[in-house]
Design a protein around this ligand. Structure first.
Ligand SMILES: [Zn+2]
Length: 397
């Protein structure tokens, strides 16, 4: 991981379709200057010539599961039943033999993320009676190998339910006390079959411990919307403003427009956010309705190549493409907005004030061969160079 002090002769986003040529100057892991590109005879030893490639802030993966992949191992055939609970059982039956969770398995996933231009992520990590906090420890160790060039926030995730297993709520509280930034949740109705009970326990932990909440919500249509109502009502009562995220939340795109407008308005007032994996065959989050309500969303890969599904590569820009394509987004301003959601606007999902190519931001940059960011979104080009905290983490070819 070579330190560099400058990334010279790159193009960054300008007005409309225009880009402008700049030199990005780094110090102490931050961007300290963005200057008009100067004529370059030869880059210095700690400088890189960007050859006029497009520079963008790195892509934020706001919803990952880096602890549970078999990436790097031989093909693992899926032998479980269908449905969320069937997949949970299949994972629990086979994870030990594959060394899940472990530093080794997590290392493979993080390497893939970096190669696809991700240097900041939020990952859910399984916490249950079988692994306890072992997964969180493995993830922390694998992230630490990047010596600060990779930033990860951790969600203590009760994949196997909260209330249906005695002792999980205590484990979640321990995980947060040991530094997990968020407490997770999973289908309070569909999995625990006690929506009020699970929401009360999770929000209670967040209120006591001062952490965020990031809840998986797969339940569809009105059942999902009802659980959103529950969370909104209790979060408001407990004063959990700006600390709640719904992951997936398929229901919001399935209920009628007026029901959705009311939900989004309440979420906007509570400073809530969403993450999406741009699911195929399901309606996408409506971009303008979310923007009108002031509810930002960000993209994530979810689990990749794991005991739930063999799909996924770790490319979050590819997820943003999948979203834009399946939401029929074609106008320039909307394509640019999707790129912002995948990069700049996702700062808050990884605990950052700013994640952009501006002075004071982390020196996290990805170079691609593209006309501008909209072109990069629709083509998903190879990531030519990835810089994290002013260090070269990956070069293509
Ligand atoms: Zn997930």
């Amino acid at each position: 991981m070579r330190h560099i002090t400058a990334l010279r002769n790159v193009r960054v986003r300008g007005e409309g379709l225009a880009t402008r040529a700049v030199d990005l100057i780094f110090d102490g892991g931050l961007i300290t200057a963005v200057e008009p590109a100067a004529d370059l005879d030869a880059p210095g030893a700690e400088e890189v010539d960007g050859h006029g490639l497009l520079a963008m802030p790195t892509v934020v993966n706001a919803h990952a599961h880096v602890d549970k992949s078999w990436l790097g191992l031989e093909w693992q055939s899926y032998g479980g039943e269908g449905g969320t609970d069937g997949r949970i059982r299949h994972e629990r039956a086979r994870r030990d033999e594959l060394g899940i969770p472990s530093v080794e398995r997590t290392r493979e996933v993080l390497q893939a993320f970096v190669e696809y231009g991700t240097t900041a992520l939020r990952t859910h990590v399984d916490v249950d009676l079988g692994v306890g906090l072992r997964g969180i420890e493995a993830v922390r160790e694998a992230v630490a190998e990047w010596e600060g060039a990779l930033h990860a926030e951790i969600v203590a995730f009760p994949q196997d339910g909260v209330l249906r297993r005695d002792g999980v709520a205590d484990l979640l509280r321990q995980a947060v006390r040991a530094g997990a930034e968020h407490v997770g949740g999973l289908d309070p109705a569909g999995i625990d079959r006690d929506p009020v009970g699970q929401v009360d326990v999770l929000l209670g932990i967040a209120a006591d411990e001062g952490c965020g909440i990031d809840m998986h919500l797969h339940d569809s249509a009105e059942l999902g919307a009802f659980q959103m109502d529950l969370v909104i009502e209790r979060a408001d009562r407990l004063g959990l403003h700006g600390r709640m995220n719904f992951a997936h939340g398929f229901a919001i795109a399935q209920v009628g427009e007026s029901r959705r407008r009311d939900l989004l308005q309440a979420m906007g007032e509570l400073g809530m956010t969403f993450t999406t994996v741009a699911p195929l065959r399901l309606p996408q989050l409506p971009l303008h309705e979310f923007d009108d309500a002031g509810v930002p969303f960000a993209f994530g890969t979810d689990g990749i190549r794991d005991l739930w599904s063999p799909y996924g590569t770790g490319d979050t820009l590819g997820i943003a493409w999948q979203y834009a394509r399946s939401a029929s987004i074609v106008r320039d301003e909307d394509l640019q907005r999707v790129m912002d959601l995948a990069t700049r606007s996702a700062a808050r999902f990884v605990g950052r004030e700013v994640h952009d190519l501006v002075v004071g931001a982390p020196a996290d940059v990805v170079l691609v061969d593209a006309e501008h960011e909209m072109d990069a979104l629709v083509r998903v080009p190879r990531r030519e160079l990835v810089v994290g905290a002013g260090r070269i983490l990956h070069t293509a070819g």
